[in-house]
Design a protein around this ligand. Structure first.
Ligand SMILES: [Zn+2]
Length: 458
């Protein structure tokens, strides 16, 4: 018996250029690095050299604000998030920005352009964390953006457009099991039904907002219009090992990979481990093992960034001397384009169906989650790549397997992302680490993108 249910294909497919990993090697610099710093027009290279130091100092300062003494945990709408928002608002004002907390708790700073009221280049990332987190995931992007604006401000430099910096209050979704709450509110796609969900202590989001000093009935006030934004740009740690393997400090993100999650259940027949001959068994666990092996094999033979993971499995009845009668497991599949992912999911489903049929196991397969791929805008990728090259670094494009605020911001702006190398690709872990020199390289690239930014031709 096969009862396969797949979610209907909703939005149109976003297709990407096939070249997802694109590397342009540059010859070694003939001039020392300092040379390229002075040409930035700073008139004071020493200040630019210290961008990385300033970033590391502030990342450490923010990491000290945690609900756990020796671990970093900063969750949506807690008093620690509030304390962190005060620190960030202070940094924004010091950097010459007007700053406020918006209706969902995002910290928002604005550095006006030559003319007041001009549309903005928006820079941002999130300032909430997972539990027992690393200190770079999120804060690096918020802090680097502020440090760049601070550098412009020191030089008295205004641009033909405004710059806004946003620290999103919830990206990780730890507290209310719903991610991107900050950026969704800003994009005007916040789902009000989430207000009634409760955290693990039974506190509803509505009450948590009130406690935080915000009005749950006015979340709509956080929404921004497309015409106010020229683009959304985010700098973030890679959270994977690709840049490190390539010995590169920064990279251009090609797309934020979409994901499909499925829940599978195989049902056979439980029985006595001693009395049922092998040929007569309908063992759900050996069937699941074959499925898991097939998923791995299928993804390993794909060379275009497909990844598949079985991260959860449960066997019933779950006893040493009983043949497993029922097994549940999950499948998470991601690829850099929607077309690629959907084709891969369909192939994997066919293989699982064939395995179940051959082993006389009943199969139920449900899509539990699906999100689209968010391609980074080619015109923004070009400007980021030009800035990287101008810094004397090799340009390299890679997709993001992890989700980011750009997934929500795409609804009101074109999205670009810069990745910064992190040690060992480790993230969502206290060992997460970025070298000072890499933080500095990321900041110099971002500053260059800002100063040379050309809005998309209308
Ligand atoms: Zn993040």
């Amino acid at each position: 018996m096969l009862t396969t249910r797949l979610a209907r294909d909703g939005a149109g497919l976003n297709s990407l250029a096939p070249n997802l990993y694109r590397l342009t090697l540059r010859p070694p610099l003939a001039v020392p690095r300092m040379e390229s710093l002075t040409e930035m027009g700073a008139g004071n290279a020493v200040q630019n050299v210290s961008l990385g130091e300033e970033i590391v100092r502030r990342v450490n300062e923010l990491a000290a604000i945690s609900e756990d003494g020796d671990k970093l945990t900063r969750i949506f709408l807690t008093k620690e998030l509030r304390a962190a928002s005060d620190v960030i608002l202070g940094w924004m004002r010091e950097a010459g920005m007007s700053a406020h907390l918006d209706a969902i708790g995002n910290v928002c700073g604005r550095y006006d352009g030559e003319q007041p009221g001009a549309p903005c280049l928006m820079l941002g990332s999130h300032y909430d964390t997972v539990r027992d987190a690393g200190k770079w995931d999120g804060p690096l992007g918020v802090i680097t953006a502020i440090v760049c604006v601070s550098d412009l401000n020191r030089r008295g430099k205004r641009l033909p457009f405004a710059i806004e910096v946003v620290g999103f209050a919830d990206e990780e979704g730890v507290r209310f099991a719903s991610t991107l709450l900050g950026s969704r509110a800003m994009a005007g796609t916040f789902d009000e039904s989430v207000l009634n969900t409760r955290d693990r202590d039974g506190v509803s989001m509505r009450d948590a907002l009130l406690e935080f000093g915000l009005d749950p009935d006015h979340i709509g006030a956080a929404a921004r219009a497309r015409r106010e934004l020229l683009a959304y740009l985010e700098l973030h740690i890679e959270q994977g090992p690709v840049l490190e393997a390539r010995n590169l400090p920064v990279g251009v993100v090609s797309a934020i990979a979409g994901a499909t999650r499925l829940a599978a259940r195989l049902t056979g027949m439980a029985g006595h481990a001693g009395t049922v001959p092998m040929a007569l068994r309908r063992d759900a666990l050996t069937g699941a093992a074959e499925c898991i092996g097939a998923i791995e094999q299928f993804c390993r033979t794909d060379e275009d960034g497909l990844v598949g993971t079985v991260g959860y499995i449960q066997a019933r009845p779950g006893a040493t001397n009983v043949i497993p009668g029922e097994v549940s497991f999950t499948i998470d599949m991601r690829a850099p384009t929607d077309m690629h992912r959907k084709r891969a999911v369909a192939d994997v489903v066919r293989q699982i169906e064939a395995i179940a049929k051959r082993r006389q196991l009943a199969l139920q397969l449900d899509v539990t989650h699906e999100n689209r791929t968010v391609p980074c805008a080619p015109w923004l990728k070009d400007q980021i790549a030009q800035a990287i090259a101008a810094e004397g670094l090799s340009t390299f494009e890679l997709p993001s397997g992890a989700g980011h605020d750009g997934m929500a911001m795409i609804d009101i702006a074109d999205v670009g992302m810069i990745f910064v190398r992190c040690r060992g690709g480790i993230s969502h872990h206290p060992d997460e680490h970025v070298e000072l020199a890499d933080a500095d390289a990321g900041a110099r690239v971002l500053l260059r993108v800002i100063e040379h930014f050309k809005p998309r031709a209308a």
